[in-house]
Ligand binder design. Structure first.
Ligand code: UTP
Length: 292
């Protein structure tokens, strides 16, 4: 089997304005909104670490510094907890190894493609992962680990996809599928951002996990504005197809679109119901509310 350069870097774009969650996101970054008791960004960073990622690159913007604080050591909190004999293991995932987290700034939120391009100097010549923290992917193993496993087989570029009802495709980026490599791995021959239902090449939508080759940075350099007047990552990837191998991994697990209010509520309910410490209590509450 060919050895592909390992994926050690991941970019987390967190510079968006989160307008769909206003006023909650006026002073708090959307990526710090919690699902039960873990902020969205924590789920994404944990997923990346599980997949062997060592370098975490946050593309931040104004008002987003609390995301970096979240992964720092909170001395006052920790010493008070220690004095009171509280269990501090809950803070373990928030402790980054010194030097593991790098931030770059996207001064103006010009779109996801632009946000990724802002990380070009740190990505350098390495293939890298991208995780959109507002898409919560729950699976065993996690989505990025499933992708890294596929990457180790085929190399090149990979995107994670899932199937949705055909009439919902126009809200998403959609793939044109090529040869099927296995049940979960398909070649990608084209990508379209938010196509009209009748023109959609499939019902496989791009979810927020990618493994890309560094050449995407050069493509993004010349990428004009696309859907919504934003510089779209999908458009840049579409231009790379044909010059570089591109595959889609169908994620075995659940995806919650926590960038939308209903998706956020769904994720909260689903994860609370699965929790050993509170699942049965939450189920009783939900049943009581539904009976009203
Ligand atoms: P979204 O479009 O879902 O996030 O981008 P948004 O723009 O913050 O949300 P709304 O639509 O206004 O409610 C997906 C991810 O890409 C980041 C966002 O922070 C989010 O994590 N993003 C988006 C950037 O970093 N920069 C951008 O210019 C756009």
């Amino acid at each position: 089997m060919t050895q592909h350069k390992p994926i050690k870097k991941a970019v987390f774009p967190v510079a968006g304005l989160g307008t769909r969650f206003l006023p909650a996101t006026k002073a708090i970054p959307k990526e710090l909104l919690p699902i039960v008791d873990r902020p969205l960004i924590q789920y994404a960073v944990d997923e990346a670490r599980e997949a062997g990622i060592e370098q975490i690159i946050f593309v931040t913007g104004r008002g987003k510094t609390a995301i970096v604080e979240h992964f720092d050591i909170a001395y006052e909190l920790e010493s008070t907890m220690e004095e009171r004999g509280k269990d501090m293991s809950v803070l373990d995932p928030t402790r980054a190894t010194p030097g593991d987290i790098i931030t770059v700034r996207q001064q103006v939120p010009l779109g996801l493609g632009h946000a990724i391009w802002c990380a070009r100097a740190i990505v350098g010549d390495d293939p890298f992962a991208i995780l959109l923290p507002d898409e919560l992917m729950v699976g065993e193993p996690g989505c990025m680990k499933q992708m890294v496993e596929a990457y180790n087989e085929v190399g090149g570029n990979l995107i994670s996809v899932l199937e949705v009802p055909q009439d919902e495709v126009s809200s998403y980026g959609v793939i044109a599928p090529g040869a099927e490599i296995s049940d979960t791995l398909t070649e990608v021959t084209g990508l379209v951002e938010k196509p009209p239902v009748a023109e959609a090449p499939s019902n496989k939508i791009i979810s927020g996990r990618y493994i890309l080759q560094p050449e995407v940075m050069r493509t993004l350099e010349t990428q004009g504005k696309g859907a919504g007047g934003e510089i779209q990552l999908t458009d840049a990837m579409a231009r790379m197809i044909g010059n570089q191998p591109f595959h889609a991994v169908t994620f075995a697990g659940n995806r919650y679109d926590c960038g939308s209010k209903t998706g956020f509520v769904e994720a909260t309910l689903a994860l609370a119901l699965e929790r050993e410490d509170m699942g049965s209590e939450v189920r009783a509450i939900a049943e009581r509310l539904l009976a009203k």
